[in-house]
Design a protein around this ligand. Structure first.
Ligand code: TYM
Length: 384
């Protein structure tokens, strides 16, 4: 653990994250009121994620909106490391990206980093495991509702062969001391991981426009390097918009984890599992007894069910403020708050899974391997 009591890297989140401190440490910008309002105007119904600063930090988001306003356009890029089942936290950025796509009508590239998850030794996944999880995760990603005509799913082990010349050009510009400093690699890190950052940068170069990358803030270290190598290679620096982490069910310490199922709700959890997990494990800001709760009220700031509603499941400002006030005053009990969350999660999961059922038929469309290979091949990166 670092001296500030928490650690955030693309592979690890421990402790209780101080987001203001991260903005300073990573060198990103908070979303200002002016910029927030500018984005909210376009976003409409999805703007609660900005207004509440669930997406709280950025790089060059203002330039993306300028490009849009002046007709230059932009494109979106996000991704997933297929290491296991996806949970509610993982899907947040995908829904947000889909809403951005709806509003701005732009292309989305989604990278599936099966290579990264195979290389990450602590996960101990076989190559076949990563292939199976990629297949499963892609169905969940498609279920977020992306536009098949404007969305490209890039699974690294399938598509990177075509982009290898570009990977080389990026890799030659990143030295060991940079990746060691940015990612904390050590003498024990395998050389695949040392090389991997070049690969996560590639999709940001797929169009000759500025790229906007939505993700939680843990992925930002890659964009720092992208922004160093882009201009010398003739590309634009990537812009990014960063979310906070949806906290683990069990409280604000560390992050949701597939290896600790009580910390997360998975997209595959059935109604009973959702209910049991929320009742048994969700960290509550309520009082120990009903009498005390009625007298003293609950604390929504530390209450995970309230925070999950605020961060994703209750987009309406009036309803969420009513819940906050009722809970704080003691009018609403912990069980009642949990029931609201359970109802929201199960409704969301039913809708998500109904779309997932239909996703299998769309996989080939989203992967459109031949077309994508040609697009990349036709790019003029060979001359650089
Ligand atoms: P991965 O699979 O670890 O995470 C997928 C996405 O989920 C975000 N995330 C969360 N968001 C909110 N709350 C949480 N608790 C939470 N946990 C994870 C991550 O920030 C990410 O956006 N290396 C990447 C895959 C990748 C990628 C990208 C991600 C490749 N290119 C571009 C984002 C953008 C990975 O393993 O993500």
């Amino acid at each position: 653990m670092s001296e500030q009591g928490f650690v955030v890297t693309p592979w690890e989140v421990t402790g209780v994250v101080d987001y203001e401190r991260l903005i300073r440490d990573f060198g990103t910008q908070p979303i200002s009121d002016k910029l927030g309002r500018r984005l909210e105007k376009v976003l409409g119904s999805a703007s609660y994620l900005i207004r509440r600063r669930i997406f709280f930090s950025h790089r060059d988001l203002d330039l993306i909106l300028d490009d849009y306003d002046h007709g230059r356009g932009f494109f979106l890029y996000t991704g997933r490391g297929p290491s296991g089942p996806m949970h509610i936290g993982h899907i947040l950025s995908f829904y947000f990206t889909k809403w951005l796509q709806d509003k701005f009508q732009v292309n989305v590239y989604i990278q599936i980093t099966d290579d990264e998850k195979f290389l990450e030794e602590k996960r101990n996944l076989s190559y076949q495991d990563t292939q199976n999880w990629a297949k499963e995760n892609i169905l969940d990603i498609i279920a977020a509702g992306f536009d098949p005509d404007r969305t490209f799913i890039l699974q690294d082990t399938e598509f990177l062969g075509h982009a290898y010349p570009l990977v080389l050009k990026v890799a030659r510009r990143i030295n060991f001391s940079v990746v060691r400093a940015v990612f904390g690699f050590t003498n024990e890190t395998n050389v695949g991981m040392l090389f991997y950052p070049s690969i996560q940068i590639i999709p940001s170069f797929l169009e000759k426009k500025r790229c906007l990358i939505p993700s939680a803030i843990d992925q930002d270290p890659y964009w720092r390097i992208q922004r160093d190598v882009a201009a010398p290679l003739g590309y634009q620096k990537a812009a990014a918009i960063h979310s906070k982490f949806l906290p683990p069910l069990t409280g604000f310490q560390d992050k949701m984890s597939s290896s600790k199922p009580e910390t997360a709700i998975f997209l595959s959890d059935d109604d009973n599992t959702v209910r049991n997990k929320v009742y048994r494990y969700a960290f509550s800001g309520g009082q120990a007894t009903i009498e005390e709760h009625r007298k003293l009220g609950g604390n929504p700031d530390i209450d995970v069910p309230f925070q999950w509603l605020y961060m994703f499941f209750e987009p309406g400002d009036s309803p969420i403020e009513r819940i906050r006030a009722d809970y704080r005053s003691g009018r609403m009990l912990t069980g009642e708050l949990k029931d609201i969350l359970i109802e929201r999660i199960t409704t969301f999961l039913h809708e998500h899974r109904a779309r997932r059922e239909k996703a299998a038929d769309l996989v080939e469309t989203f992967k459109r391997e031949g077309a994508l290979a040609r697009t990349i091949w036709e790019m003029d990166f060979r001359d650089r």
